[in-house]
Design a protein around this ligand. Structure first.
Ligand SMILES: [Zn+2]
Length: 295
């Protein structure tokens, strides 16, 4: 069961001659993110041998739903010296969600050629937009907020799903049910990369937060922003609805980092990590994030 593990915040650092070269904080778990800070003398950071952008002495790494457990971070100093640290992440166990009330048209393979073309076209547009997001090394985000307040969580990240008896891909977001018209806020600062009214997503907004991080809000009744808009954390971007492949009024909130699926609950848990370097890890850090969402 997913609820049995306890999330925690860990700190990993490398020190040389009293100088802290590098520090990494966050939830080392599948679907989690880690935020790193580097000393001025660090010029490059590699995550599993791939270079990661650094901005304002910060960098971000994240782990997919099914991410491997062994990882390595390497920092390169301005004098060319290199230091590496290896670490492990926790494996999550995912439950199974069974939903039998999805309209047939969303489950069965479409036969209508126009619909097939539409779905392909929408999928391509999303892929191209995401590709541009992965190439954006700017940093916009600072902290995070839950997009729908006082909603009821009806679907969690990572669940295996059986829709109308047919196994489909795992649930890659957090579902928050709320009355139609409820305000949806941007989870963090960024630029609106895409909006639309797609067959599966319904009305949606995709936001680029920089560093390869993006968030998507789907099944909206109303969209209040346009492609290219700059939004601040907490700005209204739309309203809850039930458009697209949805069985009731709710927000499906998804997050990805360079193509990896991130658990929205874990990103909320990251606020404390971003805000302050000198933060002393307190008792609250070890409270499972699910409790903070009130269920
Ligand atoms: Zn969902």
């Amino acid at each position: 069961m997913k609820y049995l593990f306890t999330l925690f915040t860990f700190i990993l650092s490398i020190q040389i001659a009293g100088i802290e070269l590098f520090e990494l904080r966050g939830n080392p778990i599948q679907g989690g993110i880690l935020v790193g800070r580097v000393h001025d003398t660090v010029k490059k950071v590699f995550f599993n041998y791939n270079e990661i952008p650094i901005s304002e002495n910060k960098f971000l790494i994240a782990f997919d739903r099914d991410e491997k457990q062994n990882h390595i971070i390497t920092v390169v100093l301005e004098n060319g010296e290199m230091e590496s640290v290896k670490f492990f992440i926790i494996k999550q166990e995912y439950d199974t969600q069974i939903i039998d009330t999805i309209p047939k048209k969303f489950i069965e393979k479409p036969e209508d050629i126009n619909l097939i073309n539409r779905i392909e076209c929408e999928s391509d547009t999303l892929k191209e937009t995401r590709k541009k997001i992965y190439e954006n090394n700017n940093i916009y985000f600072k902290d995070f907020t839950i997009p729908v307040e006082n909603g009821k969580v009806t679907g969690i990240f990572g669940s295996n799903r059986i829709l109308n008896g047919i196994p489909v891909s795992p649930h890659n977001g957090l579902d928050i049910a709320a009355p139609v018209g409820t305000e949806i806020k941007a989870m963090s600062t960024g630029t609106v990369a895409l909006t639309g009214d797609y067959f599966y997503n319904g009305k949606f907004v995709l936001i680029d937060h920089g560093f390869g991080l993006s968030s998507i809000y789907i099944h909206m009744s109303t969209i209040c922003v346009e492609k290219g808009d700059y939004v601040i954390c907490g700005d209204k971007i739309g309203e809850v609805g039930s458009t697209g492949r949805s069985t009731g009024n709710h927000l499906h909130w998804g997050i990805s980092w360079n193509g990896k699926r991130i658990d929205p609950e874990l990103i909320l848990d990251s606020n404390r990590i971003f805000m302050v370097r000198e933060l002393v890890i307190d008792q609250a850090s070890s409270i499972p994030s699910r409790k903070r969402l009130g269920y």
